[in-house]
Ligand binder design. Sequence first.
Ligand code: PHE
Ligand code: ZN
Length: 884
Amino acid sequence: MDIASTPADSEANMQVADAAPPPQAPPVIHREDYLPPAWLVPQIALEFALGVDETHVTSKLSVQRNPAGNGSDLMRLNGDQIAPLSVRVDGEAINDWRLDGPDLLIELHGQAHEIEIETLIKPIANSQLMGLYASHGMLCTQCEAEGFRRITFFPDRPDVLSVYSVRMAGDKAAFPILLSNGNCTAQGEGENGTHWAEWHDPWPKPSYLFALVAGNLVANSAAYTTRSGRKVALNIWVRPGDESRTQHALDSLIASMKWDEQTFGREYDLDLFNVVAVSDFNMGAMENKGLNIFNTRYVLADPDTATDADYDAIEGVIGHEYFHNWSGNRITCRDWFQLSLKEGFTVLRDQLFSADMGSEPVKRIEDVRVLRSAQFPEDSGPLAHPIRPDSYQEISNFYTATVYNKGAEVIRMMRTMAGPERFRKGTDLYFERHDGEAATCEDFIKAIEEGAGLDLEQFRLWYSQAGTPQVQVRMAHEGDAVTLTVSQAVPSTPGQAMKQPMPIPLRIALFDRDTASHDGERLIILDKASDTFRFEGYAKAPVLSVNRGFSAPIALDVERPVEDLVFLAASDDDPFARYEAMQSLVVRHLIAAVSDAMSASAKAAERNAVKRAFAAVLDDVALDDLMRGELLMLPPVSYLAEQLLVADPSALYEAREDLKAWLGRELSASLRALHDRVSAIPYSRDAGARGARKCKAQALIYIAAADPAEGARRADTQYWAADNMTDRQSALSVLCGLDVPERKQALDDFHKRYEGNALVIDKWFALQAGSTHPLVLDHIRDLALHPDFTMSNPNRVRALYMSAAVNPKAFHDAGGEGYRTIGELIRRLDPINPQTAARFVPALGRWRRIEVERAHLMKAELEKIASLPDLSRDVREQVTKSLG
Ligand code: PHE
Ligand code: ZN
């Protein structure tokens, strides 16, 4: 029987094609088509004969018919660029297996069987960095989402949970350290200088959480005792020479473990927790059970080589991966459409953790800035999708700001509506009810509903509808009553023309203009297309502060006089709202600056309002420097462009640069005084000194914009005097944008000083590619030819090209050179590393929202990519959707 064409193949449902796909289009996978697996794999024993050139894998699966399955005799084992050397069932070699595309199909007639499969893989040739690959002589794995199938044939779907036993053997000199999930149960010496180790992970897990590492590594170790008394050995593994830069990661890990016990009641569940840093990695880090694998950039730090932002990112990512042990590993996802179940929730958890470790308001502002500059454009473009997508071609393309960051915002709204205590009851119920399961977003919502006592019936729309709700607020004052008329519109997005109104929780306050105080914050929930809210007891018209703390991930349109924004920027007691008022002032000024809608005198009046707000921030002695630095930041061009249906990014960029220079001139004395004051504060990692460095960076930016000579002088002094990377980088960043002799000297010094430190050389690339220098495109072209540039390291590729793609000056150059640069990159990178290549497509995919001449050039690049015959599934999906 030709089982490859058996119609009753239930497990193939996750791979079925649309009714009439164009000849080469990859199949579209639909959420609604989910069916449980026909076969389960309660246990797996893996054996690895390790080698960088060739690794031999033997996989023994104990399989069982799934009582919840459809009873099919056919077992589908996914593969990807591998071939079986042998297949045995119950000890007998069999020949009646079939390949269905990349997958292996085996027919099984009993209730339970043993399957043994041998494969041979070539780690050194694995440039995609998915599956088992080599990095600097070390072997490591990346299996999420579908990388395990590049190691051996397996039902590579997150609802198949197995207990893993791993044995690996290899050359002891090449691989002195052998790691996998769980605990090391045995190890010993073999022949010819080899050694071996056996690992056992008692917690059943899906294949995407499997990990193996073999290489020459050293650890920074500590012991942690959980609140119930379990002693856990902690190790941060790095290449020899890097161990001096691991303490912050280790401290962050201990802090994470403690915090999750205190805040969510979650305790660690193994005797060992390993973190390994790898310099070739597609993403940030990976939460493999008991063996997290990290991009080096989220592990290594010391004051000389890492900025304050790097330190914060390490703390956040260490926390994020650790928190996955419960939100992701103990409770995993039923299928990849549920990705936000683990990612949205875990991002919220890491955000709350970082807020508790540092400044809560500053953390909130940073998170909102990321959301608006990365997620809002996604939600308004051709790749918009709900936090729980309905279909995909390549799941790697759905590790997005929407699934992660908007996903976190959606859960944060539940927390806002319930309050932290009731929310905790909801998460307790979720963890208790679904422990050990592969769950769905619906399971999570139900648990929060019951545990926290919320009605989330209508709220579920946040999971199914894409697009950023546009909320309009109008205030009227009559007698002693204030009436807010609030309405919402959720814009149509690809595949979702019509939307329904969603519940939108808005934290508001009504300020008395004279006393600059309010009578308490209120939470209103808009759950209709339009509604009115009435408040009495206001003899005078108050000043409205709304969406405080960014209580809902929406775009807000409030009609109010500039004076109210100046008032809130100076006096709002919610730090986020204060920041928001500043941003609104700047946004409305810059949008007016690029349009003809406003008279010159009105424009000048708005600009003066911006100046007054900035002056107040510079002079406010009650403000801490961390917040001051935050308030001084201008919104990025990407967020400004979001305000317009069709934007001319260069005009926005120029207007923003003009404002920077004008503010720098008008506030010159205060800015110089600020730069002088904070420059005298010595380096330390405490909040005051970090705030000082943030202000130093911001002040320098304005000073240089206003007076390049003075800016160059100060930046040069700061660069050479710096005793830490934060100051050195902020000085070099300013020098990079200036056409002055100090620029080259500092850049050459930086390169020489940090030669051999890949993460710092990444900064050297990123600063130049992200600069405002008039010749930035020439610099980018030269950097691509620099001997330190390589297409095989994702960090280096991103340092150069992602910096270029988010640099409006370079990317949106009127001649189209920026678009051609990114287009060519995608075409060249796709055959090497499709997952990373696909991440550059959304930049070009914005073309519909860009003025017509540039749009034409952007689209031409997409078409050129689309015309290639052998595109990856990753890039194909993104390009097709971007053109469609
Ligand atoms: N699951 C990882 C995280 O969010 C991200 C990741 C996805 C890493 C895919 C590698 C590959 O922590
Ligand atoms: Zn995650």
